[in-house]
Design a protein around this ligand. Structure first.
Ligand SMILES: [Zn+2]
Length: 144
């Protein structure tokens, strides 16, 4: 006795043309053939249906509530502002340095002139320059 491959009921197989009987009846043999056919068709169809593509999570932004977002914006603005201040400070520091150097150069020239024409009375321009230059220099040095 073996069990029918279709209905699973036990039956006494008979040998027909050398191959063992697998089904209890013709009905079961046909039914099982149909089942296998449908199964094959189903697998063919399923195999051809493209699987949904999983979207990868790329660069997901951290979530901020409105307060945190406001704080973040404020922080960014503050950083921009501080950077701008630094730029301005550097710019003016460089300019002051340049003015300082030019002033020193002028003072040196005046001193040279005074040494050459020691006896000569200084011109009105020289008097003015030699009068105000040290004051300007002093002021610049205090600022930088
Ligand atoms: Zn059967």
């Amino acid at each position: 006795m073996i069990n029918c491959k279709n209905c699973n009921k036990p039956f006494q197989p008979t040998f027909n043309k050398g191959s063992e009987q697998l089904y209890c009846s013709i009905k079961c043999r046909q039914e099982n053939a149909q089942k296998r056919m449908y199964e094959r068709i189903k697998n063919d169809i399923m195999g051809n249906i493209p699987k949904p593509i999983e979207k990868p999570i790329v660069n997901q932004q951290p979530y901020y509530n409105s307060n945190e977002l406001f704080e973040l914006k404020l922080e960014i603005e503050k950083m921009k502002y501080e950077q701008r201040l630094k730029d301005i400070e550097n710019e003016y520091s460089n300019k002051l340095h340049l003015i300082n150097n030019n002033m020193q150069h002028i003072l040196n020239k005046i001193e040279e002139q005074e040494n050459i024409y020691e006896d000569k009375e200084p011109s009105q321009f020289e008097k003015v320059i030699s009068g105000i230059a040290p004051l300007i220099l002093e002021k610049l040095q205090k600022q930088s």
